[in-house]
Ligand binder design. Structure first.
Ligand SMILES: [Zn+2]
Length: 258
C-alpha cells in the first residue's frame, strides 16, 4: 500500500540539504513524502525559501521571524515582511515560523511578544495561517490568539504540552504538529496527548535537520522520516497508517490551501 505524506515543517534551506536538494527530495519521494512546507527564521533566509519554492514543485514556504532569531533590526524586518506579503506569491502559504520561546530566561519577552503580535496581525490581514513555535509560553500564545483572532488558524509546530492546552489551540482553529519526539520512550506525556487528539486536527512534521527520531540520535534529521513519524503515531493511536496518512494529508492541504 502506498502512502502519501507532507512534511509540514522542514528547514530545507539548511545544511545538509543546501546544494543536495535533489538527493534528499528523492529519498523523501521514495517514502511517499512529496510535499514540503519550508518555514523561514528571519529576513536572512526569506529569499532562500522563496527560491526553493520556485525551483521545486513540491516546496511551499512561509515568511516570518522566529522568536529565537529576533535581531536588533527587527522593526525594519517587520516592515520588509509586510511589504513582501503585499506582493503576489501563491507559494507563500503561511506566516512563520513565529511565536514565543520562554525557555531561555535571558530573552526579552516583551520584544518577542511584540514581534509575534505583529505577525498575527499580518496573518489576519493577508488571510494566511500561522506556523507557531511555542515553548514554555502556551498561555501567552493562547492569550494573543484570543485577542487577535487570526481566522485562518495555523499549526502549533512540534507541540509538547498538556491535552488541555492542545484543546485550547484546537478551539482557536489550530492544528497540532506532531514530530519525531513521539518515537522516544520517555515522551510519555506527549504520546498520551497525541493518542487522544482528534485525527483531523493533527499535522505531521520532521523539523529537519533538527529533532532526529529515536534510533537516529546524533544524525541530521531528514524529511523522508515523516513516514516513520506516521508509523509511530499509528502504533500509539492504534489506527492504520492508511487512515492516518489520508486524513493528515487532507488536513495539511486544507490548512495551507495547497
Ligand atoms: Zn522549525
Amino acid at each position: 500500500m502506498a502512502f502519501r505524506f507532507i512534511d509540514s515543517h522542514c528547514h530545507f534551506d539548511f545544511a545538509p540539504f543546501k546544494g543536495n536538494e535533489a538527493l534528499y527530495l528523492q529519498m523523501a519521494k521514495d517514502r511517499g513524502v512529496t510535499t514540503f512546507i519550508v518555514p523561514s527564521v528571519n529576513q536572512s533566509n526569506w529569499n532562500q525559501v522563496n527560491g526553493l519554492s520556485k525551483q521545486f514543485d513540491g516546496i511551499y514556504y512561509a515568511l516570518g521571524i522566529h522568536p529565537l532569531f529576533i535581531t536588533s533590526n527587527y522593526e525594519k524586518e517587520l516592515e520588509s515582511l509586510a511589504a513582501l506579503l503585499d506582493e503576489e506569491n501563491n507559494k507563500c502559504v503561511a506566516i512563520g515560523e513565529c511565536g514565543l520561546d520562554f525557555w531561555h530566561q535571558d530573552n526579552d519577552k516583551e520584544i518577542q511578544i511584540s514581534v509575534f503580535r505583529q505577525q498575527c496581525l499580518l496573518a489576519k490581514k493577508h488571510q494566511l495561517p500561522l506556523i507557531i513555535h511555542s515553548r514554555k509560553s502556551h498561555d501567552m500564545v493562547v492569550k494573543l490568539l484570543r485577542e487577535i483572532k487570526p481566522e485562518r488558524g495555523g499549526v502549533i509546530h512540534g507541540f509538547s504540552g498538556s491535552l488541555q492546552q492542545a484543546n485550547q489551540f484546537i478551539e482557536l482553529g489550530f492544528y497540532i504538529g506532531v514530530g519525531g519526539v513521539i518515537s522516544y520512550e520517555r515522551a510519555k506525556k506527549t504520546k498520551m496527548v497525541v493518542s487522544q487528539l482528534p485525527l483531523d486536527k493533527i499535522l505531521l512534521e520532521t523539523d529537519a535537520p533538527d529533532m532526529p527520531l529515536f534510533g537516529f540520535q546524533g544524525q541530521k534529521n531528514t524529511p523522508d522520516k515523516v513516514q516513520k513519524v506516521c508509523k509511530h503515531l499509528a502504533l500509539i493511536r492504534k489506527e492504520s497508517m492508511q487512515t492516518i496518512s489520508e486524513t493528515v494529508y487532507k488536513n495539511t492541504t486544507s490548512l495551507f490551501g495547497i
